[in-house]
Design a binder for this molecule. Structure first.
Ligand SMILES: Cc1ncc(COP(=O)(O)O)c(C=O)c1O
Length: 367
């Protein structure tokens, strides 16, 4: 599979050659924990134990790498397992990270409640402000700059190429959580990122039926260290989950080409502060939109309770539209911190139902 091939071709074929034993067009689910060895040390095809490697997971890892334009992919049991494995690979006591001031709440929690105890610090910075990012980087101390673009749930846009220049000048790694854009709309490695992170639970899986995560890198030495930690820590994607994400990836482009919606926090709107940058950096603006409801928190909660077609639930990126109240749901863990989300904010993940039904549902829910 070459990088010159189009996105949809790679999504359907990368890592997914027909099964050599049977000709099965779809990669089989290799539901096995172990593999027969032809004598001690005689593993067939490199597989010996499924925590270390499993052919279904390899297919997903190769496909994710091909879609992100990187050489190496790694699949995990969740987005946070991917993030944790990455941090344990690149950080050690004394390491410092710059993180988006409105990063996904779970990412914040991982830094502040888990890794801080091991001497790893993280400073939030508004990534749309390059001077603030530069000021937050301490050369020789800052291990990485963590980017999310668009962010969850406020959809702020960061200039990945410009931040990569600043970070690399200080020998810091650039990590991009590309969950909201998906590899179809944005490929951070081409913009200078060293590591791409995904919650494959979202657009990559696309059907709200699995929890998964992935990392993609280009650098061979970093890939080797990640491979070691993926096996040593063990938070890997199961064969069945890997198969479901692969199935989701095959329709990613079709799902992302669905007609867009325009609401208040949406990079597709000319008035959005990151609009021009998003236009340069992404091929489309995506299906995530957040907005504030007049009448405050109760009005926002009431609206979430009234939608009928749009399902009240956490997560995003599935074929069905989902609505949620970040302050009380996905971002409840940052309540009382500077990252607290406004109480009147509602987040919508637009699925592929008929647009007229979604608009009618929103209209009746807003009253
Ligand atoms: C932007 C972003 N990154 C990472 C995660 C964590 O992924 P997971 O829930 O698969 O662990 C999420 C989950 O909502 C997310 O929205």
């Amino acid at each position: 599979m070459t990088e010159e091939q189009g996105f949809s071709t790679r999504a359907i074929h990368a890592g997914q050659d027909p099964d050599s034993a049977t000709g099965s067009v779809v990669p089989p689910i290799y539901a096995t924990s172990t593999f027969i060895q032809d004598g001690v040390g005689g593993a067939r095809g490199g597989y010996e134990y499924s925590r270390s490697a499993n052919p279904t997971r390899t297919a997903l890892e190769e496909c994710m790498a091909a879609l992100e334009g990187g050489r190496h992919g790694f699949a995990f049991a969740s987005g946070l397992a991917a993030e944790d494995t990455l941090l344990r690979t690149i950080a050690s006591p004394g390491s410092h990270f710059v993180v988006p001031s409105d990063a996904y709440g779970g990412t914040f929690r991982l830094f502040s409640k888990v890794h801080e105890r091991w001497g790893v610090t993280a400073d939030p910075a508004p990534l749309a402000d390059l001077a603030a990012v530069e000021a937050a980087i301490t050369p020789g101390v800052t291990t990485g700059v963590w980017i999310e673009s668009p962010t969850n749930p406020k959809l702020a846009i960061a200039d990945i190429a410009a931040i990569a220049e600043l970070a690399h000048a200080a020998d810091a790694l650039v990590i991009v959580d590309n969950t909201f854009a998906s590899p179809y709309l944005q490929q951070p490695i081409a913009l200078g990122a060293d590591v791409v992170v995904h919650s494959t639970t979202k657009y990559c899986g696309g059907h709200s039926d699995i929890v998964g995560g992935a990392l993609v890198v280009n650098d061979d030495a970093l890939a080797e260290r990640l491979r070691f930690h993926q096996n040593a820590i063990g938070g890997v994607a199961s064969p069945f989950d890997s198969w479901l994400v692969l199935r989701g990836l095959r329709t990613l482009s079709v799902r992302m080409d669905h007609p867009r919606v325009t609401e208040v926090f949406y990079p597709g709107l000319a008035g959005h502060p990151g609009h021009d940058l998003a236009k340069r950096q992404m091929t489309r603006f995506g299906g995530m939109v957040s907005f504030r409801v007049a009448g405050g928190e109760q009005a926002a909660l009431d609206m979430c309770a009234r939608t009928k077609v749009i399902i009240l639930g956490e997560s995003l990126g599935g074929v069905e539209s989902l609505i949620e109240h970040p302050g009380k749901m996905t971002h409840a863990s940052v309540t009382g911190t500077p990252q607290e989300v406004p109480g009147d904010l509602v987040r919508l993940s637009v699925g592929i139902e008929d647009v007229a039904d979604l608009i009618a549902d929103l209209e009746q829910a807003l009253g």
